[in-house]
Every structure is written in C-alpha cells, then in structure tokens.
Design a protein around this ligand. Structure first.
Ligand code: GAR
Length: 191
C-alpha cells in the first residue's frame, strides 16, 4: 500500500520532527515525511532535516499579512503532495481558514495532559498546581487552541524538586515515543 505523505511544521529544535522522520524509515512505517517547513529560517530542525535529505521550506511571516503567509505554506505543502500535517513545536497559531482547508488532517503534540494546561508554560503550571503527574498529548487540530480530539497521551511523574526544565526533559522522551506511534495509527485508520 502506498505510504501517506506527511508534512511537518516546526519552529525550533525539531526533536519531535526528527523522531517522526526516524520512525518513518522503519520498514513497516505507514508514512513518508515529504516536507519539513518552518516559520523560522534559523530553526535548528530545518538544518537537520536538510542534512537528512528531507525537502525543506522556510518562510518568515514578518511583515507579511497572515493570509499571504499561510497561502505560501499551504502551496508548499500541496506542491510536495502532502496529505496530512504534523505540527511539531510549531509555535504559531494557524488561522481558522487554514485549519478548515486541512480539516481533520492536522495533528499536534502538546506537552501536557490535555485538557489541562493548554497554551504555554505547561510544565511550570503543572508543578505550581502540585500535580503528581505530567505528560504529553497528541491531538487533532481544530480551530480551538489545543482543543481537538486527544488520540493518545503518555504520563510521567512529577518528582520532588522538579523544575520546568527537569520535568520537560522527562516529558520529551515520552513525546518522541508517543508521536510516531499515534501518527502511524491515525494514518492507518484513515486509509
Ligand atoms: C515540544 O515539547 C512540543 O510538545 C512543544 O514544543 C516542544 C518542541 O520541541 N509544543 C508546544 O508547546 C505546542 N503548543 P521540539 O522542537 O524539540 O520538538
């Protein structure tokens, strides 16, 4: 069966993107990563993807009206034949129009146990709340920020003395395992 063509949007380090690319190389993977796109030319993840031979696209939204910026991203994704989009540390809100165009075809990974801690500073908020557990969620992207159907989660304990950094380091290990598994499962259900 033909593999699904996935485009990944990143803004920075791209460690989740790298885990998706690496998992896509397993013989039984149901997807290929055909484009890594970023809103930041200097995103370290872009250089990594290019070194790996994955096509890349970068465009800064600075000074461009949002509809024009998103039209360019949309065109790059369509030119690459992308069928589904994985957001991996893409720190920009997608417009309702963009989400509507790709309805049901965008996934995101978020570093909290949704519905808790939508938005930013998730680990600091979980620690401040005195939670026993933190984690990450893979969810379908809708117009509501971090609000679409949750497909899967991974949990880690919050330990005494944890900072946002130490907790984040524990959560990201789980992100790297959860995201490829969820993306593959979700794509296989859609075929
Ligand atoms: C990850 O922890 C991801 O869950 C988070 O940003 C980090 C990106 O790291 N995403 C969000 O907060 C989205 N709201 P990475 O660039 O190394 O994958």
């Amino acid at each position: 069966m033909a593999k699904s063509r996935v485009g990944i949007l990143i803004s920075g380090r791209g460690s989740n993107m790298a885990s998706l690319v690496e998992a896509s190389r397993a013989p039984d993977s149901g997807y290929d990563v055909v484009l890594v796109a970023s809103d930041k030319h200097e995103a370290p993840g872009l250089a990594w993807a290019a070194e790996q031979g994955v096509p890349t696209f970068a465009m800064s939204p600075r000074g461009i009206p949002k509809p024009e910026y998103e039209a360019a991203i949309d065109a790059a994704l369509r030119d690459a034949g992308v069928e589904a989009i994985a957001l991996a540390g893409y720190m920009r809100l997608l417009s309702d129009d963009f989400v509507a165009k790709w309805r049901g075809r965008i996934l995101n990974i978020h570093p909290s146990l949704l519905p808790k801690y939508k938005g930013l500073d998730t680990h600091a908020r979980a620690i401040a709340a005195g939670d026993a557990m933190a984690g990450c969620s893979v969810h379908v992207v809708t117009e509501e920020l971090d609000g679409g159907e949750v497909l899967g989660q991974a949990q880690v304990p919050i330990l005494p003395g944890d900072t946002a950094e130490t907790l984040g380091a524990r959560v990201i290990v789980e992100e790297h395992k959860l995201y490829p598994r969820m993306l593959d499962q979700w794509l296989s259900m859609r075929r």
